[in-house]
Design a protein around this ligand. Structure first.
Ligand code: MG
Length: 160
């Protein structure tokens, strides 16, 4: 079986009174991300990248927001399930790379914890997980601090 790559993108608006979760890690911030689940845009982008690489559709196909089971859900469930489905097709995680676009908070202090958490969810090593923050230099919705965007690529390799 050939190696396969997948790409994922997501964005969520900030909302007061919610805990900010990014990459499965709680990050101190005055507001969190709105969403049917916990709003973790990074884990959602990664989930779509894993599913896309495996040819298994999208996060919305597997975990539709219309399903009350996923209300307030820990998005680690989505990514873990996507990785399980990919393994079921005979693939393992080669590596992942992801970018979080946000004016605030700064991601850098949280990157080691996020890499470790994502590696744990995916059942791979933190070496195989790259995550970094960037800003859009004040442009657009992230620049206005209205929300956060995330994009991710995943390489699936054949075998365990
Ligand atoms: Mg989402």
């Amino acid at each position: 079986m050939p190696d396969r790559v997948g790409i994922g993108f997501d964005a969520h608006p900030f909302a007061a009174g919610r805990e900010l979760k990014l990459g499965g890690v709680a990050i101190p911030h005055p507001s969190g991300l709105e969403g049917h689940s916990d709003g973790d845009a990074l884990l959602h982008a990664l989930t779509d990248a894993v599913l896309g690489a495996a040819g298994l559709g999208s996060i919305g196909d597997h975990f539709p927001p219309s399903d009350p089971r996923w209300k307030g859900a820990d998005s680690a469930t989505f990514l873990g399930k996507a990785a399980e489905l990919a393994r079921g097709r005979g693939y393992s995680i080669g590596n992942v790379d992801a970018v979080v676009v946000a004016e605030a908070p700064k991601l850098a202090p949280h990157v080691p914890a996020i890499r470790a958490r994502i590696a744990g969810i995916l059942g791979t090593s933190a070496d195989a997980v790259s995550v970094r923050g960037t800003s859009a230099n004040g442009l657009g919705f992230t620049g206005r601090k209205d929300g956060v965007a995330a994009m991710a690529v995943v390489l699936l390799t054949a075998g365990a």
